[in-house]
Design a protein around this ligand. Structure first.
Ligand SMILES: Nc1ncnc2c1ncn2[C@@H]1O[C@H](COP(=O)(O)OP(=O)(O)OP(=O)(O)O)[C@@H](O)[C@H]1O
Length: 544
């Protein structure tokens, strides 16, 4: 029995012999002794393996920098497992903690103070085609608690792994300034383009460290399920880089309403491209394919790309060419570093090319307005002149304010975009989609084969597509009759007589009467008037 226990018993108020003290039992005493010894040994082992030896002999180290894809997996993993992490304290700090434990009789490990950063993030909306961070809307934020910068010990599979998180403070300050700029998944990911996480362990073997990384990847994909990762080009620390924006629910091709001449042809073209790497190599042709999807808003261009990514198990990487301050150099870097197995999407190219082409967006709008007025014989020359004059005035104003606008406008030029699409810079094996609502305003150089190999017009809904859409909406209510009523509604909408609706418009109308197909049928006239009114308002807006 330890002398400490003996002394304790000697001073015990219990009179020797009056009661047989359990401490006089040799077996009991040995048990207590063993317990104390094993606790002490465990603490010594933890201490040496997790702290001291790291300073002297830790030689298996693994560094994950924030510009690597695995960084966000590991950051998520540490955030999820923060309760299995404790600070890596030095001898004095550790002694203080144990003393506090002893005095307060608390044995709960949480007495070891852990520093956590609270990260509230606002996730993207699930609306199709909306990639814009909706900072003005009220969304319930998701809360994450992530380990702050510092040194920690992570308990993983009976091993004590030293985790060191370091962020460039200057970088973080800048990131915090821009906290509400752009889409953000979680802050450790977003504010961390200058962060490194170093994992180290005593010994010469990296196996356990690699297992941590593997576990973080596995956990990430298990959580994500079959969702489609969406990356966007976002500005951090003054530079553009890829940020994972969201993981979207899969969208199935069957939900895309398009004439099969477009849907099947486009899908088969992409699939055939993906299976012809060898052929491209043999022919000496750069292995990439560009598609231009054009057509009125709300006709399914973005939805199709999502469905394609679902079908091919690929991610989507979106570059908005109108992003503030985006330069040709940024574009080059982004394309060089784009995520693997991804579909690259350049959205609304016409908007960005309005400037790089030496032509202003407003002038392009003016061209369209004038075309519209010329086509409409009811408009006279005065009205056309008014539009042209107003454009001239706007263009002068634009020039005078162009200097200050440089930081808020994209600076990508046509030649920058062309270079990035050409073989010299663009990565091999890419599928590139460009989308626009105004094909005719795009420079021909952008559309030449090699940059854009196939163009597809996404049209307004045909009568058949309208009937099919109706059928999908109401087949549960109407059963087989849904197809018949669908055809009737297409007739009432006068599609065959030239009335034009985007699928998005029709979808909105049917959604209003989601539970009542009869109401949809009855309200067709109102819907027609509404669409007419909207079109008239839009024309007014264009003219003035
Ligand atoms: N052809 C379609 N098939 C199925 N849904 C469609 C189709 N077209 C539009 N939608 C629906 O309309 C909404 C907008 O569609 P989407 O964003 O794909 O259109 P878009 O052509 O990319 O529009 P924009 O040119 O304005 O970017 C989505 O909710 C989508 O589900």
């Amino acid at each position: 029995m330890s002398s400490f226990l003996q002394a304790f018993l000697d001073s015990s108020p219990i009179e020797k012999g009056s009661i047989t003290s359990p401490f006089h039992n040799a077996l009991f005493g040995t048990g207590i002794g063993l317990m104390i010894a094993s606790t002490a040994l465990r603490n010594i082992h933890t201490y040496f393996s997790s702290y001291w030896l790291f300073l002297t002999a830790a030689d298996a180290e693994l560094i994950v920098a924030s510009d690597d894809d695995s960084f966000s997996f590991l950051a998520d993993f540490l955030a999820a497992h923060n309760s299995e992490m404790r600070p890596n304290l030095n001898l004095i700090e550790r002694a203080t903690v144990y003393l506090r434990r002893l005095l307060t009789l608390q044995s709960h490990p949480h007495i070891l103070m852990r520093s956590l950063l609270v990260k509230s993030t606002i996730t993207s909306t699930e609306t199709e085609g909306e990639y814009i961070y909706e900072r003005n809307r009220l969304h319930k934020p998701t809360l994450f608690y992530v380990p702050n910068d510092g040194d920690y010990i992570l308990s993983f599979k009976d091993a004590h792994i030293h985790v060191s998180i370091f962020t460039d403070k200057e970088g973080r300050a800048k990131a915090n300034e821009n906290l509400f700029e752009g889409p953000r998944k979680d802050v450790i990911t977003n504010s961390s383009s200058k962060t490194t996480i170093t994992l180290s362990v005593y010994g010469h073997n990296h196996t356990i460290l690699k297992q941590v990384i593997q576990a973080s990847v596995d956990e990430f994909f298990a959580k994500q399920g079959n969702k489609i990762p969406v990356y966007t080009a976002a500005k951090q620390y003054g530079e553009y880089s890829w940020r994972k924006f969201s993981a979207r629910s899969p969208r199935f091709m069957s939900s895309i309403m398009l004439p099969s001449s477009i849907k099947e042809t486009l899908m088969n073209d992409v699939k055939s491209f993906l299976g012809s790497e060898e052929w491209y190599k043999r022919q000496g042709i750069p292995y990439r394919r560009g598609y231009m999807l054009h057509g009125p808003p709300g006709t399914g261009k973005s939805s199709f790309i999502f469905a394609l990514a679902t079908e091919l198990c690929m991610s989507i990487s979106i570059i908005n060419l109108s992003s503030p301050g985006l330069t040709d150099m940024d574009l080059t870097t982004l394309l060089g570093e784009s995520p693997k197995n991804t579909i690259l999407v350049f959205e609304d190219v016409d908007v960005a090319m309005g400037r790089g082409n030496g032509d202003s967006k407003k002038s392009k709008d003016t061209t369209m307005k004038v075309e519209k007025l010329v086509n409409d014989t009811a408009n006279n020359k005065n009205e056309i002149d008014k539009v042209v004059d107003s454009d001239k005035k706007q263009t002068t104003e634009e020039i005078s304010s162009s200097l200050t606008e440089n930081s808020t406008k994209s600076l990508v030029t046509l030649s920058g975009l062309l270079n990035s699409l050409d073989g010299i810079i663009a990565q091999e094996g890419h599928i590139v989609f460009l989308t626009t609502n105004h094909l005719s305003t795009l420079p021909p150089a952008l559309l030449r084969p090699g940059r854009v190999d196939r163009r597809f017009l996404f049209p307004h809904a045909t009568a058949q597509v309208t009937a099919h859409l109706f059928e999908r909406f109401y087949e549960q209510d109407l059963g087989k009759d849904a197809a018949v009523v669908g055809a009737e509604i297409a007739k009432k909408l006068k599609i065959a007589e030239g009335r034009k609706f985007s699928v998005a418009q029709l979808q909105g109308f049917f959604l209003r009467h989601r539970d009542n197909p009869q109401a949809a049928l009855d309200q067709v006239e109102e819907f027609l008037k509404e669409v007419e009114l909207e079109a008239a308002e839009e024309t007014q807006h264009l003219i003035y």
